[in-house]
Ligand binder design. Structure first.
Ligand code: UGA
Length: 428
C-alpha cells in the first residue's frame, strides 16, 4: 500500500516506521523543515529506543520517505493517516484546531480517492466532523478511526505486539482495508463504529489512570495502618479480574497522555450532560499524591525546608523517555524550590529538556555529583539506573543518609540496615 502519514511527531513516526517495516511505502510529511531534514538522515528529534534504527533501515530500503510538501507526500497515497497533536485547552477540553487544519489541507491537496485514517486522540464526534470536510473534496474519501495505544519508551513493542487494534468505520470496505494493514500481527482486530473507537481510547487511558490513583489512595491508607502497599497491590493483582499492571504506587501519573485524556473525558462527559465524578476523584488523588510525598520529606527532615540541599534523581515523567511534560517529579521540584530548597538534579535522558524549563535545578552529570553534600536524596522516576545504584557509594558523599523513595525502588529493611533514614510510598 502507498500511505501518507501527516505529522512526524511521536505517533506519526512510530506509525510510519511500523507501516514501512511491514512492506508498505510510507510518505511521512511535517511542516517543520528542521525536523524533516533531520529525519531524512534517519536522525530522531525525540528519544525512543530502537526507533531511529528501524527508520534508517526502512529509509535505506526505499520504503520510508520524508517530505515537507503535502501535495508531494499525498501524490501516490491510497491511505492517509492523520497523526497530529490534539493538545488540551486551559479548560481541559481538546484543542482540535491542528487536526481540523491538517484535514482541511489534506482535503485541498488531494488528487484522488483516499481512505482517511485518524490516529490523533480526539473525542467522540470528531470522525463525523472530519468526514464532513472530506465530503466536499469531489473525491470518494471515507474516514476511519484507528486510535493509538503506544507507550513512550516502549512504542515499538506496542507497534509490533499490540494488545489489540481498534478500527472504527461506517464503510465496511474501508474498515477491511485498514484491518488488512494489521492482519499479520498476532492480535485481536476489533472493528467498531466511529464513536466507539474514539471512546475506547479515552476509556482505556481513563481506566489506567484510575488504577494508578486507586493504588496511590491505598498507599496513603497503608501509611496509616502499617500495611505495605506493594504487598497489597500484588495481592490484588493476583486476581485475574484485576490484573497486576498499573497498580504501582508512587508520585502519580504524568506525561502528555493521561492528564490530558482524563481532563478531556471529564470535559466531554460534561458537555454531553454527565458529571464524571469518578474521574474527577482520580485527578484529585493524582494531584495530591505529590503533597503526600512532600509530607514524607517534611516528616523526615522537619517542617522548615528552606536552605536544605536536596538531590533529585529522575526528572522525566517516567523512565526510558526524555519527556518531561506534566512530570510529577518537576511539579514536586517546583514546590521544593518555592520552599527555598537548593536543588541538584540528574536524569539519564531528560536533562536537556529540564534545563529549558527548570533553571532552579542545578543539573549534574551523574548520580554521585548530584548527591554530594545533600541533606536528602529523592528518587522521583523509576529508572533502572536508580534501582541498582550502590547505596554504600552514595553514603560516602551525602551529608545526611536520608532517602525519600517516591517510586518504591528499594527494599526498606535493606536500606535501613545500611543506616539510612528511609521513607517510601505506603510502606511505613
Ligand atoms: C499511555 C498509555 O499507557 C498508552 O497505552 C497510550 O497509548 C498513551 O498513554 C497515549 O495516550 O498516547 P504513556 O503516557 O506513554 O502511555 O505512559 P505510561 O507508561 O502509561 O505511564 C503514564 C504515567 O503513569 C507515568 O507517569 C508513569 O510513571 C505512571 N504510572 C504507570 C504509575 O505511576 N504507576 C503505574 O503502575 C503505571
Amino acid at each position: 500500500m502507498n500511505i501518507c502519514v501527516v505529522g512526524a511527531g511521536y505517533v506519526g513516526l512510530a506509525t510510519s516506521a511500523g507501516l514501512s517495516d511491514w512492506g508498505n511505502t510510507v510518505y511521512c510529511v511535517d511542516k517543520d523543515h528542521w525536523k524533516i531534514s533531520k529525519l531524512k538522515k534517519g536522525k530522531l528529534t525525540i528519544f525512543e529506543p530502537g526507533l531511529a534504527e528501524l527508520m534508517s533501515e526502512n529509509i535505506k530500503a526505499n520504503r520510508l520517505f520524508f517530505y515537507h510538501s503535502l501535495p508531494r507526500a499525498l501524490k501516490n497515497a491510497e491511505i492517509v493517516f492523520l497523526a497530529v497533536q490534539t493538545p488540551p485547552k486551559t479548560n481541559g477540553e481538546v484543542d482540535l484546531s491542528y487536526l481540523m487544519a491538517a484535514a482541511q489541507e489534506v482535503a485541498q491537496a488531494l488528487s484522488k480517492d483516499a481512505i482517511i485514517v485518524n490516529k490523533s486522540t480526539a473525542p467522540p464526534g470528531t470522525a463525523r466532523k472530519l468526514q464532513a470536510i472530506f465530503d466536499d473534496t469531489g473525491y470518494s474519501c471515507t474516514v476511519v478511526v484507528n486510535p493509538e495505544f503506544l507507550r513512550e519508551g516502549s512504542a515499538l513493542e506496542d507497534v509490533f505486539h499490540p494488545d489489540r487494534v481498534v478500527i472504527g468505520a461506517i464503510e465496511e470496505l474501508a474498515s477491511k482495508k485498514i484491518a488488512g494493514l494489521y492482519q499479520h500481527l498476532d492480535t485481536e482486530i476489533l472493528q467498531t463504529d466511529w464513536e466507539s473507537a474514539e471512546l475506547i481510547k479515552y476509556a482505556s487511558n481513563g481506566f489506567l489512570a484510575m488504577k494508578i490513583s486507586y493504588a496511590n489512595a491505598l498507599s496513603r491508607l497503608c501509611d496509616k495502618c502499617g500495611a505495605n502497599i506493594d504487598m497489597v497491590t500484588v495481592g490484588m493483582g493476583l486476581d485475574k479480574r484485576i490484573g497486576p499492571d498499573f497498580l504501582q504506587a508512587g508520585l502519580g501519573y504524568g506525561g502528555s497522555c493521561f492528564p490530558k485524556d482524563v481532563s478531556a473525558l471529564v470535559k466531554w462527559a460534561e458537555d454531553v450532560g454527565y458529571d464524571f465524578k469518578l474521574l474527577k476523584s482520580v485527578q484529585e488523588i493524582n494531584a495530591t499524591q505529590i503533597d503526600f510525598v512532600l509530607e514524607g520529606l517534611v516528616g523526615t527532615l522537619g517542617e522548615d525546608l528552606a536552605g536544605k540541599h536536596l538531590a533529585l534523581l529522575g526528572l522525566a515523567f517516567k523512565p526510558h523517555t526524555d519527556d518531561i511534560r506534566e512530570s510529577p517529579a518537576l511539579k514536586l521540584a517546583k514546590l521544593l524550590d518555592k520552599k527555598g530548597c537548593c536543588l541538584t538534579g540528574y536524569d539519564p535522558h531528560a536533562m536537556v529538556n529540564v534545563a529549558k524549563v527548570a533553571p532552579f535545578i542545578k543539573l549534574c552529570p551523574d548520580i554521585i555529583t548530584t548527591c554530594k553534600g545533600v541533606d536528602a536524596v529523592l528518587v522521583l522516576t523509576d529508572w533502572s539506573d536508580f534501582a541498582t545504584l550502590k547505596l554504600s557509594e552514595l553514603a560516602e558523599v551525602v551529608r545526611n543518609k536520608v532517602l525519600i523513595d517516591a517510586r518504591n525502588l528499594y527494599n526498606p529493611s535493606v536500606v535501613r540496615r545500611c543506616g539510612w533514614t528511609y521513607w517510601s510510598v505506603g510502606r511505613s
